[in-house]
Design a protein around this ligand. Structure first.
Ligand code: ADP
Length: 488
């Protein structure tokens, strides 16, 4: 209760270990989606602010103040950081919810606790990264060293800032890189605090800087910089393309993108438990009001169970508690912004106009307290080329398509430019494995949806991106191979 109404002081960049305002003093208002009130301000960063942070990260990398520290000592600092994050989990969770609107039940686990877990996971790996000796012919010794790529620019979105931020920061810092982090305009507050805690834990100044502000200014400066060696990004496909272009125009920095999805969730008539499948599938699209990159937003249902399953799903959708994200009973909190809500409703209006059936939802939910809320929405009778079927809504909107055969399910599942996630519900083991191998996606959930932990990689294929967050494979983005060829 006290945390909920606590005044939030104006936020500041964290650059080279120092809190700073924008070089011209400009700020952006932070609007809480809970009630539309102004929570505080963040610096509206300038290109100079970004340059300052990049220069400090360059210096911090080149002088070895982090990468040359003994692995065991770096590990100790990162483990302490994880402890500090965990100790502040309540404050961070509530601050994050006030900033971005995710329901607290999900935010608490997915944000501070997951960030602490991620940092700890990668910290533990620091002194377990070995180089290799190549199986060369006699007379030569081939050594393969793993070296940090250098300065990393990390640009992250607003839906899960701490979770996604730590997916980048954990392995980047563990690898010995230095990082300039650019949070989203509508979710910067917790990431600034995360970086302050890193400093408190002993991370040397300049190793991690946070610059807030607009993507087209701060983000673009990072993307175009000659001094940034790798860009890691989670966000929209449109921005991803701009980052690749910026890399091509500047220094060919490595670009790793985790972009959108339109993930199929496929329910066969032989699913082990239809009631459970409907419950988990509803959560898989409606939690955090659909603002989840891996959300199962396209339901594909086998014809013989279609009507029954849609009924179950609609019942689950209508039973969802949508509202005050700080109420622990809430299952779907606020939509992040008025802008996002307007886009969601536009998708529904188009479907309605085209004669599709809105089985439930499709409307804004008005609360006395204001804020941006939307009813979980199920749309049936859609066509494969409807915009709502092809494009990522990033809201609580589920479309339902019917199929007869397994082949048809695969074809429908893959009829998308995206390839992030998928779900398959069946009790036929062979069919499950056939689907896993045929579906073009980075992750296939079987008889569940979502919830994959830190030990497995997350990344997209096709236009959902490249490279992986999470698991030891995440190091591939942050460690370069260097060969030493020695004549014996
Ligand atoms: P979303 O639709 O999730 O908001 P965006 O791609 O717009 O996705 O935003 C994700 C992140 O990318 C945010 O931090 C945003 O500020 C940043 N961003 C947006 N446009 C650009 C750009 N042109 N260059 C660099 N970063 C950008």
């Amino acid at each position: 209760e006290e945390l909920r109404s606590r005044a939030v002081p104006p936020a500041r960049h964290l650059i080279d270990g120092t809190s700073r305002d924008a070089s011209d003093g400009a700020t952006l208002d932070v609007i809480s989606p809970i009630d539309g009130s102004t929570l505080t301000t963040i610096p509206k960063g300038t290109r100079e602010d970004a340059q300052l942070a990049i220069r400090s990260a360059r210096r911090a990398f080149d002088d070895g103040r982090w990468s040359d520290v003994a692995p065991a000592a770096r590990k100790k600092i990162m483990l302490k950081w994880a402890d500090l994050v965990e100790a502040e989990a309540d404050e961070l969770a509530v601050l994050g919810v006030r900033d971005n609107g995710t329901e607290i039940g999900m935010a608490y686990k997915a944000e501070p606790l997951s960030a602490a877990g991620t940092i700890r996971y990668f910290a533990e790996a620091i002194d377990k990264i070995y180089g290799e000796i190549a199986p060369t012919a006699p007379g030569a010794l081939g050594l393969i060293h793993k070296q940090p790529v250098g300065v990393v620019g990390a640009i992250v979105p607003w839906n899960f800032p701490l979770m996604i931020g730590s997916w980048k920061l954990g392995p980047a810092l563990a690898a010995g890189c230095t990082v300039v982090l650019k949070p989203a305009e509508t979710a910067s507050l917790t990431l600034i605090r995360l970086a302050e805690l890193a400093l408190e834990a002993g991370l040397p100044p300049g190793v991690l800087s946070v610059v807030t502000g607009e993507g087209i200014v701060v983000g673009a400066e990072i993307a175009e910089s000659q001094d940034v060696d790798a860009l890691v990004f989670t966000g929209s496909g449109a921005t991803g393309r701009r980052l690749l272009e910026a890399s091509a125009r500047s220094n060919l920095k490595r670009v790793y993108l985790e972009l959108g999805g339109k993930s199929p969730n496929i329910v066969f008539a032989d699913a082990p438990d239809l009631a459970e499948a409907a419950k988990v599938s509803a959560a898989g699209i409606f939690r955090n009001s659909g603002q989840v990159c891996v959300a199962g937003s396209r339901l594909l249902v086998q014809r013989e169970i279609h009507d029954k399953f849609v009924d179950l799903l609609v019942a689950n959708a209508e039973a969802m508690q949508v509202g005050d994200p700080l109420d622990p009973r809430t299952q779907a909190g606020a939509v992040n912004s008025e802008n996002q809500l307007a886009q969601n409703l536009q998708f529904v209006e188009e479907a309605r106009t085209a004669g599709r059936t809105i089985n439930t939802g499709g409307t804004r939910i008005l609360h006395d307290t204001g804020g941006t809320y939307m009813a979980p929405t199920v749309i049936t009778g859609v066509n494969p080329d409807d915009r709502v079927v092809c494009q990522e809504v990033f809201g609580p909107v589920l479309t339902v398509q019917v199929f007869d055969t397994e082949e048809e399910a695969v074809a429908l599942a893959n009829a998308t430019e995206f390839g992030l996630a998928a779900g398959v519900w069946t009790s036929n083991l062979s069919r499950a494995h056939r689907m896993i191998s045929k579906i073009k996606a980075g992750v296939v959930h079987v008889n569940t949806y979502g919830g994959a932990d830190i030990t497995v990689p997350l990344g997209g294929v096709k236009q959902s991106g490249n490279g992986h967050d999470k698991s030891l494979h995440a190091f591939d983005k942050y460690l370069d191979l260097k060969t030493a060829w020695i004549k014996l």
